[in-house]
Write a protein that binds this ligand. Structure first.
Ligand SMILES: [Zn+2]
Length: 291
């Protein structure tokens, strides 16, 4: 996938590395020192000097505990921020053409575990997910290393982009009311009947990922030879069974059925071939047996 030298999104937050968050707390502490200092009537100039020294100290301490992002982490951040920007550009345009306004989601990179704003805490093992309550995609990039291994050790960048685009698809569904509709079904139907609606929602997110790839390719020409085949292979690799196993004990829409590998491939491919945003509604009008 060709993604370098493109614009990056500013809606990305990198929470990996505890040393770095300690340095951020150091900043808060400095502010506190300043406030106390002002109350005690100390010369502000002197204080500002002390604070900048203490902040440098915090930074160094953080670096000692492995806080400097590794080249790999920096590359992952640049990649996800670029793909996120690709999705913003495509969906802003598609929404505008449909007479609607696109509000982009946020994305948080984390390692090991994360606290969300409305979907509880999640371990890495939950896999990437979208939290509708805070309109944020949560992603531990080590998931991508596993994905690459499953695909035979290639870089699998376009497949990673497909995973991100699927999660962004959930945001598009949230903005358009599909998430609410399915959430209502979840509250009113027995689990075995609800499952059908969950599958529709997941396959629709795959379809939207395909639409994004089609429209993004028109604009950015990011697809390279072999990318599409690989993304389809990953639609198989991250089928249901696998995601469900990963997410044991974690409550999110992702824990429900995503559809079979064959269905996922079919709808992703359809979106990829047509680029037809409006046809997303077919996922909710097609008889279930024909999905
Ligand atoms: Zn999903």
């Amino acid at each position: 996938m060709k993604w370098k030298d493109n614009e990056q999104s500013t809606n990305l937050e990198d929470r990996r590395g505890s040393g770095r968050s300690k340095a951020a707390i150091g900043g808060g502490g400095a502010l506190l020192i300043l406030v106390i200092g002002l109350l005690l009537g100390v010369d502000p100039k002197q204080l500002t000097q002390q604070i900048s020294q203490s902040q440098q100290g915090a930074g160094e301490a953080g670096a000692g505990s492995g806080a400097e992002p590794s080249p790999r982490e920096l590359e992952q951040r640049a990649f996800t921020a670029t793909v996120l920007r690709f999705t913003e550009t495509v969906w802003e345009e598609q929404f505008r053409k449909a007479g609607q306004q696109y509000t982009p989601p946020r994305m948080v990179l984390f390692s090991e575990a994360v606290s969300t704003g409305g979907c509880g805490d999640a371990p890495s093992a939950a896999g990437p997910f979208y939290c509708p309550a805070d309109r944020t995609v949560y992603l531990d990039p080590t998931f991508f290393d596993e994905l690459a291994q499953n695909l035979g050790g290639s870089k699998a960048e376009f497949s990673q982009a497909y995973v991100i685009a699927h999660e962004i698809g959930h945001h598009v569904q949230n903005l358009l009311g599909y998430s609410d509709l399915v959430d209502k079904k979840r509250r009113t139907l027995p689990p075995e009947e609800f499952n059908e609606w969950s599958v529709r929602l997941e396959l629709q997110a795959d379809y939207l990922a395909g639409v994004w790839a089609y429209q993004g390719q028109r604009k950015f020409r990011f697809v390279e030879a072999g990318d599409v085949e690989e993304a389809i292979a990953s639609a198989n690799a991250i089928g249901d069974d696998r995601l469900q196993k990963r997410s044991t004990g974690f409550t999110s829409p992702e824990k429900y059925t995503h559809g079979t590998s064959q269905q996922r491939t079919r709808w992703f491919t359809r979106g990829l071939k047509t680029g037809d945003f409006a046809a997303m509604k077919e996922l909710f009008s097609t008889p279930y047996e024909q999905l």
